[in-house]
Design a protein around this ligand. Structure first.
Ligand code: FAD
Ligand code: FMN
Length: 497
């Protein structure tokens, strides 16, 4: 046999193997997709609509706990929900978040535009909804409320009133768990307490955009234990904390507090903290100080897109300073100013499956601005490790002279052949000013071409301006239907804030 024939045979064998793997994946995904006939009278059909993973995590935790208690559950992403499944279910539990400006998460587009346009008889069904939201937005938990209205219109019966969770506060989640435990007659644990906290140590911090018209943008590198795992697209939750200096000056002002109280106060909101009332005896003072500290409000958590993949035990972030009337924001102030090198933060990694990469060699188009480069850098690193070269980055900032952030890293990717298309655009560079959405329009033929080849789009950065502009431009290029199809096929993924 000549070497040419041997080579041909090897290539054919490889192709055959690839086809087999593809067929197996298809069969597996069909088998794991729950059918309506898997839903029995006693099944809890658990549906989640999540943009950044909270609602999905809570739904999955609840399903696990109900299953452990011997209940039968089917847990599905709202994008896979069918009318047959809904008609079959006697009991549905909905975990849904609100995104954008009172919008549904991207994964709920088909539900919004198709399923919820239908009229179904769901009079046999009892439902409960946990709506995730944030009161700082004008349309608090609007999507959860729309789901409730629709279910009511289909004659489904609420097991109890819609529960809205404001920024994951414990009181709201406790209200949900109490009512759900009663409804399911199962002792459900409060899943919020199951967050896994890790310590991360700041190793270095550098300003990326000295001289910029924008606020400071910093690159931070943390040391983490080797066993800490995450995927490109995941998010780190940072527990806001008082700096050592803020703690010391607070304790100095309060004569009844001593150095041992410092640690207990680290994660407490000391601004506008109610004054401690002095007690008469030493014993009552000790107890009442502990109780006073326990009653202080906890500082909030802030979320950041992880900017690298887990190699070498470091975890990187790109953080923009948020500056308002009261000075630096809590999270960005802590990360970019108060925290000193070698100091430690309490953090928790949150998996964000809706922004994960697919392990397949189809093209990817990455679009973002500012700190949004974080989520996109992690993806580019992962694609390089997998050996997938067809990557296109469209990235916007203000001025080339000051804001060409991470140039060296992007050039290395270009030189290695992992970034054949790079469009850096600047919005404040005199005549040449341009936004990422302008690139989408200007290069529409190429973009359509990549989409036809199966490209997935990843958008990371600011919702206002960037992500909204990108969505409009994509509608212009691909049409409303074209974009809806991408969303349905999970080929339009966003981590925007
Ligand atoms: C999924 C996701 C991923 C994200 N990824 C990133 C990322 O990779 N990089 C990044 O930089 N950001 C990211 N963010 C944004 C980040 O989570 C924070 O929202 C951002 O850092 C601002 O938070 P802060 O605590 O600094 O500001 P805040 O404390 O929320 O303050 C915001 C503004 O309000 C003002 N303010 C604060 N308290 C008060 C008050 N009581 N009254 C009046 N004004 C007040 C502050 O001065 C500030 O100007 C992400 C967000 C999400 C949801
Ligand atoms: C860009 C953005 C827009 C949001 N818009 C709203 C909103 O309009 N109304 C609301 O109640 N909450 C809003 N939220 C808050 C989210 O609903 C809340 O953070 C929720 O916990 C996210 O859940 P998820 O991770 O499952 O998507 C928004 C959050 C982000 C990041």
């Amino acid at each position: 046999m000549t070497s040419a024939v041997a080579l041909l045979l090897t290539i054919l064998t490889c192709l055959l193997l690839l086809c087999l793997v593809y067929i197996c994946v298809l069969i597996y995904s069909r088998l794991t997709q729950p059918k309506a006939d898997q839903i029995h009278d006693h099944t809890y059909l658990i549906i989640y609509a999540s943009q950044s993973g909270h609602a999905e995590n809570y739904a999955k935790h609840t399903a696990e706990q109900l299953q452990q208690a011997g209940e039968h559950c089917v847990c599905i992403n709202i994008q896979d929900l069918t009318a047959d499944q809904l008609k079959q279910a006697q009991q549905t539990l909905w975990f849904v978040s609100t995104y954008g400006e009172g919008d549904a998460p991207d994964s709920a587009q088909r539900f919004q535009h198709q399923l919820s346009q239908q009229t179904l008889d769901l009079s046999h069904q009892t439902f409960a909804i946990l709506a995730f939201g944030d009161r700082r937005y004008r349309n608090f938990c609007a999507f959860g409320q729309r789901v409730q209205t629709w279910l009511n219109q289909q004659q489904a019966q609420p097991a109890f009133n819609l529960v809205c969770v404001d920024q994951l506060v414990n009181a709201d989640l406790t209200a949900w768990h109490t009512q759900l435990s009663q409804f399911t007659q199962t002792e459900l644990k409060h899943t919020a307490t199951e967050k896994v906290w890790i310590d991360i140590h700041l190793k270095s911090r550098s300003l990326l955009n000295a001289g910029s018209q924008g606020t400071g943008l910093y690159f931070l590198s943390f040391q983490v234990a080797q066993q800490v795992e995450w995927h490109a697209g995941d998010i780190i939750e940072i527990q806001c904390a008082n700096s050592n200096q803020a703690l010391k000056s607070f304790v100095n002002e309060q004569s009844h507090l001593n150095a041992t109280h410092l640690e207990a106060l680290r994660f407490k909101n000391l601004k506008n903290a109610p004054n401690y009332v002095l007690q008469t005896t030493e014993q009552s003072t000790k107890q009442s100080i502990e109780s006073w500290i326990n009653h202080l409000i906890d500082l909030p958590i802030r979320e950041y897109s992880i900017a690298n993949i887990p190699t070498h035990g470091t975890l990187d972030l790109i953080v923009r300073q948020e500056i308002g009337n009261q000075g630096l924001g809590l999270g960005s102030g802590l990360l970019t100013q108060d925290l000193q090198v070698d100091e430690t933060l309490r953090a928790s990694i949150r998996h964000n499956p809706s922004f994960h990469l697919k392990m397949q060699d189809t093209p990817c188009i990455f679009i973002g601005n500012g700190s949004g480069l974080a989520g996109l850098m992690a993806h580019l690193q992962q694609r390089q490790v997998w050996g997938y070269q067809q990557n296109w980055l469209i990235f916007g900032e203000r001025q080339q002279q000051y804001d060409a952030i991470c140039n060296a890293e992007l050039s290395t990717l270009e030189d290695a052949g992992y970034l054949p298309q790079l469009d850096r655009v600047y919005s404040r560079d005199g005549q040449a000013q341009s936004y990422v959405q302008d690139v989408i329009i200007a290069k529409s033929t190429q973009l359509k071409n990549w989409v036809e080849q199966g490209a997935t789009l990843y958008i990371c950065g600011s919702l206002h301006g960037m992500a909204q502009g990108v969505e409009q431009a994509l509608i212009e290029v691909l049409g409303v239907e074209g974009l809806a199809q991408l969303k349905q096929q999970q080929r339009y993924k966003r981590d925007v804030y």
